[in-house]
Design a protein around this ligand. Structure first.
Ligand code: CA
Length: 324
């Protein structure tokens, strides 16, 4: 298994290790998965091609990294102002999302599975305060996927870099700001040593699905029970990673604020409002690529409409009432 993460990086890299271990144990040793961190066998952003080409059998990353291969793949990762972790899992497992993901990856000879979720991320690390839209103009920020296009339309310059390159890029001034994941991961990278302001909410990644993809020919060679073990191990890993993030994030945030004097800031309403409008614009544009992209967009949007209606009177109503 090749991954986009530094070897054993908390949550993401360890999530890939956890998945491998589940497969190894559940299969009683009939499958042995060996995990390689970014750059060990292939660079982070070459794992998709490595697995499609068969030089590795499995990969662990997130679908928005492959938007250059097929833009609509971003729906299987996260979209700005899109679905939360709960909604993504519901869409994938019970709303037709997984069938479409399989169809989209089949073009590349891959079988996908959800195998982790970060929950709502943090908006990122900035050296200067963001008080208005003006502050995004000319801002060079690491931000992947559709959200990068949103930043561009807001006047910024998005760049995509693998996690392992973020610290030095921010330190050297190659980028002015970066998002990564959330307090648990960001504390581990040490961004507080080089940026002062830590912004929320993570409008750009409200529930990022991490993926495991498997070379289709290699997957089809497996007997049915081993195929089931691989896919069910992914389900276990998917649930476990979200639980780990929820469990660890607040302690890490307290450390950042109380011990490292990080300034926690909320993005102003004016900025959020514009980013929201631009997000809708770029998401709708994805549908026009081809018939499959339209099918994915329609499925995602129709499901999202229903999940929002239900969550408004369940999760949101409850969170509002307990806030008082
Ligand atoms: Ca991120």
């Amino acid at each position: 298994m090749v991954t986009t993460w530094p070897k054993n990086f908390p949550g993401l890299g360890t999530g890939a290790e956890f998945l491998a271990e589940q497969i190894n144990v559940m299969s009683g040793g009939r499958i042995h998965v060996e995990v390689y961190g970014a750059g060990e066998l292939v660079p982070a952003f070459e794992i998709f091609d490595a697995v499609a080409g068969g030089s590795a059998q499995m990969g662990h990353g997130s679908a928005y990294y492959w938007k250059g291969k097929y833009p609509a793949l971003q729906f299987f990762s996260t979209t700005p102002f899109g679905m939360t972790a709960m909604e993504m899992n519901s869409w994938l497992y019970h709303g037709g999302g997984m069938q479409l993901w399989q169809k989209a990856y089949e073009q590349f000879g891959l079988v996908p599975a959800a195998s982790g979720n970060t929950g709502v991320q943090m908006a990122g690390w900035f050296n200067k305060e963001v008080n208005s839209l003006e502050d995004l103009k000319g801002l060079k920020m690491r931000i992947p996927g559709l959200a990068g296009e949103v930043l561009k339309r807001a006047g910024g310059t998005p760049v995509n870099l693998p996690g392992g390159e973020l610290f030095t890029s921010l330190q050297s001034g190659t980028i002015d700001a970066t998002e990564w994941v959330g307090p648990y991961n960001d504390l581990a990278f040490g961004f507080h040593k080089i940026a002062r302001y830590y912004y929320y909410p993570g409008w750009h990644e409200p529930g990022t699905t991490l993926e495991c993809f498997i070379n289709k020919a290699a997957f089809e060679e497996l007997p049915e029970d081993l195929q089931s073990i691989v896919l069910n191990a992914c389900r276990v890993a998917n649930q476990d990673m979200l639980a780990e993030y929820i469990a660890r994030n607040n302690d890490a945030l307290e450390t950042l604020v109380n011990e490292h004097n990080v300034k926690l800031r909320e993005l102003p309403a004016e900025v959020i409002d514009t980013l929201g409008k631009l997000s809708e614009e770029v998401t709708v544009e994805l549908a026009s690529v081809d018939a499959l992209a339209r099918e994915i967009f329609d499925s995602y949007s129709n499901f999202f409409k229903k999940s929002r209606a239900w969550l408004n009177i369940s999760e949101r109503a409850y969170l509002n009432l307990r806030a008082g």
